[in-house]
Ligand binder design. Structure first.
Ligand code: HEC
Ligand code: HEC
Length: 214
């Protein structure tokens, strides 16, 4: 049995009572990933490529462990609850569409199985050569190819929208992301954003990341 939220405790108690004799009539089944994903399409798109006008990143093909971890963070307010996190505040209620951890896993598996695609560049004024120097420190976790490393909880960043990468670096640096006391993996990334002196340095490193193949 999955662990349940406090708010579900009463329902769980009732379910256990009934389950001892028979299955409660009308008990909800875990919906399959493709049905759950219907609630994500309006922002992340039918193919999971994201949409700049609503600041929704590409999620197709992100590893299942990362998608699941981020959904769990949004649900519990570890990510996306900072008052200045306008885009995160948009995503947070969506993460609560899933009824339980079973549905979180199901939608994460569906997203991870969607074929990824390298997103077109939009960034102006980034110097990829300068950025490749700044990227040296990032390779330790995200890898020289930007494909990430599960053992270090570092997601793939190659192929992601450049505007999203810049926005997340700004959020880490200003403390909008990665400062919740329970955000262990965000706290690992945050000091790394500090190695980028200013917005120009962020644009440079992202210009380099954009040269990496998905
Ligand atoms: C109303 C628009 C909207 C909907 C609907 C939506 N999202 Fe999002 N999502 C966003 C935005 C905006 C962000 C970026 C938030 C930020 O900047 O931190 C995001 C971020 C994410 C991330 C983090 C990606 C990363 O690289 O860290 C995941 C995973 C995600 N969404 C999954 C989903 C899933 C699964 C659904 C459907 C259950 C969904 N989203 C529905 C807007 C939406
Ligand atoms: C010590 C390991 C480590 C290093 C070094 C590191 N990162 Fe990260 N990075 C992480 C982790 C862990 C996460 C996931 C944070 C989370 O779970 O929210 C992350 C997340 C990110 C994200 C957000 C991705 C998304 O989909 O939302 C970006 C962008 C990023 N890192 C860029 C960089 C850049 C650029 C550098 C070098 C300046 C760098 N990272 C160095 C560990 C690292």
């Amino acid at each position: 049995m999955h662990r349940m939220k406090k708010s579900h405790a009463a329902a769980l108690g009732l379910m256990l009572l009934v389950a001892s004799s028979c299955k409660p009539a009308g008990a909800k089944k875990t919906l399959p990933g493709h049905e759950l994903y219907a609630a994500c399409k309006s922002c992340h798109g039918a193919q999971g490529y994201g949409q700049q006008n609503i600041a929704a990143p590409a999620i197709a093909g992100l590893p299942v462990w990362y998608v699941e971890a981020q959904l769990v963070k949004y649900r519990s307010g570890i990510r996306g609850a900072h008052p200045d996190d306008y885009e995160g505040l948009r995503m947070r209620p969506m993460s609560q569409q899933m009824m339980d951890t079973g549905e979180v896993k199901a939608v994460a598996a569906y997203v991870a199985a969607m074929p990824p695609m390298k997103q077109p560049s939009t960034l102006q004024g980034g110097d990829a050569t300068a950025g490749s120097g700044a990227y040296a420190v990032c390779t330790a976790c995200h890898g020289p190819d930007g494909k990430g490393n599960q053992a270090l909880n570092a997601p793939p960043i190659a192929g992601q929208h450049d505007w999203y990468l810049v926005s997340q670096l700004k959020k880490f640096k200003s403390g909008i992301r990665g400062t919740h006391p329970k955000d262990i993996t965000g706290a690992q990334m945050r000091p790394m954003s500090m190695t980028l002196a200013d917005e120009q340095a962020m644009k440079n490193v992202v210009a380099h990341i954009s040269t990496l193949a998905k």
